[in-house]
Design a binder for this molecule. Sequence first.
Ligand code: SAM
Length: 280
Amino acid sequence: MLSLYNNQGLKPECFVSQKYKAKKSLGQNFLQDRNIARKIVDSLSVSPDDRVIEIGPGQGALTEYISEAGPRELVLLEKDYNLAPVLEEKYPEADVIQADALEFDWTKLEKGQGWKVVGNLPYNVASKLMWDIVSLSGAEICVFMVQHEVALRLTAQSGNRQYGALGAWVQSFCETRYLFKVPPTVFRPQPKIDSGVVKFISLSEDEKPDNPQGLAKLIKYCFQKRRKQLGNILKSFVSDDMVRWLESEGLSLSARPEALSPLQFQGLFNCVKNDFPLDL
Ligand code: SAM
């Protein structure tokens, strides 16, 4: 349901307005560079058969190019009650939802329906959003702009210093690619840090975890103690089966969590699933 408030009296033509005061609390750093905006949208490869949901369209930097590509459905999810009505006026073909993306029911994006998700994500909620989207939605492709450091974590392979719970989790559902780096100078107001654009390509259903809830707990549990060895972290759950499985993977109880690939976390979960408490 759209909020009708528009305190700042914005009109669509004010979109790239200097007058609009960006809200820090909503992570508003608006992209000013049209070439980068186009490049981000191009990497989503929108066709008329696709359905696209954009998170935090803001002043429409990406929306313009998504709309131009003519997807069969376009949903704009914007928390800012000043901007949502402006978007609705400028993009009448879109379904504008004025809401918090953290509260959105991502299961509505059913698999096989051609859903793609895109957004220059507000930095303070980006990790939580991506965690939920990859595991709950049936989206086929996502393209997100996030902090450069987060982009590195999302695309890091096991064994890498940047690899952690977020990377292991997202890569349990998607192949992730770092597309390109974006400097602070192309935003208004300018953030203090570099950004990076990442692309997620959904794995096939049979490659995804059978028990995502359990896997999430195990990954978080292990990475909370990332400097410790698996034998220590999981000491209450070690079994002969686990030792055999680790050996078959070229691992041992002395391995640290960052040594395990996303698929190996699924294997490890299979070893502990009967004992591992979900309410940890
Ligand atoms: N897409 C625009 C661009 O590239 O210029 C704006 C990007 S700005 C970094 C983040 C946008 O997300 C803002 O429009 C902000 O209002 C919106 N936003 C912040 N938190 C949000 C949330 N929890 N749910 C939905 N939108 C949110």
